[in-house]
Design a protein around this ligand. Structure first.
Ligand code: IPM
Ligand code: MG
Length: 372
């Protein structure tokens, strides 16, 4: 298959982790005879530095003319600590999601057998967890009207949803549930928010078309508690933009590190693949950022184009790296020197030699792995 992929590495650790995803995709292209073309462009703080615009036209046009977008991370402390900044890196990502119509953000969360001890949560609570979060991505409080009074003492952000915005992601969530464990949980705050009551009404109506899927409802405060009390109860979680943002960071604790969580952002026309983590400025350039979220986002890209064996091979390689502790320090307690690019190289190697069960892994963290 021929695919043109726009690569938007972004800020902080974005470039380092995205490079590892590209290595994995290139290895896949080689093994399966695909033709993947990668073109890079700036977004976020780096784009503000270079173009005074967090989403330059060149970048947006590249994304629109590509088959898919691979996104790194966005954000820089100089903006986080300056609430008065009018131009902010995050605007680049939000505009990109809106312009590409990426209304559904799919965030899989699972407890890897080999990482059960890495989570601060008890093993018996997280073991077997397998959740798919469907987060609405182009509406709600993120995109509603914003207001700051002239004297700077009053501010508001409006949370608006229309029936159509709710319906389209709800269909995707129910279809996903049909291929999973036939359960959708709508997370909202319908006891307080009018917008949540609209969600309940519309989701309830759509649910009637999916008689094989159970629907239940949870208020977001309770959902936050249930997520760490009994995450196994969830199959597909459907929720609005901000609740999805918060609950997915919380859910990442189950996997052992936020550096493992990938996502796909899809709409009717375009698709973008992005780790759920941020730009982790403190780690930039140190080689300690976990590239697995980005690599698994690349696997979701392959899934999107129905390259299922290819995606599966990436996941197998990731699982192997986790099993052998070829991982970065956020989850590695055994080896000290496994860098971001070392993990990428291991995964790349595995893709090229998936049947080589005799790799000599003892020195792999030093970059001295050999096939024996
Ligand atoms: C995410 C991030 C973004 C969001 C930020 C960087 C704007 O936290 O993708 O979860 O809030 O959507
Ligand atoms: Mg977030």
């Amino acid at each position: 298959m021929k695919l043109s992929i726009a690569v938007l590495p972004g800020d902080g650790i974005g470039p380092e982790v995205t490079n590892q995803a590209i290595k994995a995709l290139k290895a896949i292209a080689l093994e399966f005879n695909h033709d993947f073309k990668f073109t890079k462009a700036d977004v976020g703080a780096i784009a503000i530095d270079n173009y005074n615009n967090p989403l330059p036209d060149e970048t947006l046009n590249l994304c629109k003319s590509s088959d898919a977008v691979l996104f790194g991370a966005i954000g820089h402390p100089k903006y986080d600590n300056n609430p008065a900044a009018k131009i902010r890196p995050e605007q680049g990502l939000l505009k990109l999601r809106k312009e590409l119509g990426l209304y559904a953000n799919i965030r899989p969360v699972k407890a890897y057998e080999t990482l059960l001890d890495k989570s601060p949560l008890k093993k018996n609570i997280i073991q077997g967890t397998d959740i798919s979060i469907y987060r609405e991505l182009t509406g709600g409080i993120y995109f509603g009207e914003k207001h700051l009074s002239e004297d700077g003492n009053e501010a508001s952000d409006l949370c608006v949803y229309s029936r159509n915005e709710i319906e389209r992601i709800t269909h995707l969530a129910f279809q996903a549930a049909q291929n999973r464990n036939n359960k959708v949980t709508l997370v909202d705050k319908a006891n307080v928010l009018e917008s949540s009551r609209l969600w309940r009404k519309v989701v309830g109506e759509v649910a009637a078309q999916y008689s094989d899927v159970d629907l239940d409802f949870l208020f977001v405060d309770n959902a936050a508690m249930q997520m760490i009390l009994n995450p196994k109860q969830f199959d597909v979680i459907l929720t609005e933009n901000m609740f999805g943002d918060i609950i997915s960071d919380e859910a990442s604790v189950i996997g052992g590190s936020i550096g493992l969580l990938a996502s796909a952002s899809v709409g009717d026309k375009y698709a973008m693949f992005e780790p759920i983590h941020g730009s982790f400025p403190q780690a930039t350039g140190k080689g300690i950022a976990n590239p697995i979220a980005s690599i698994l986002s690349a696997a979701m890209l392959l899934d999107h184009f129905e390259l299922l064996s290819e995606a599966e091979l990436i996941r197998l390689a990731v699982e192997k790296s986790l099993k052998l502790d070829i991982t970065t320090p956020d989850i590695n307690t055994k080896f000290e020197n496994v860098t971001t690019s070392r993990v990428g190289e291991f995964i790349e190697d595995f893709i090229s030699n998936p049947n080589e069960t005799n790799l000599n892994f003892t020195n792999i963290h030093l970059g001295q792995s050999t096939i024996i």
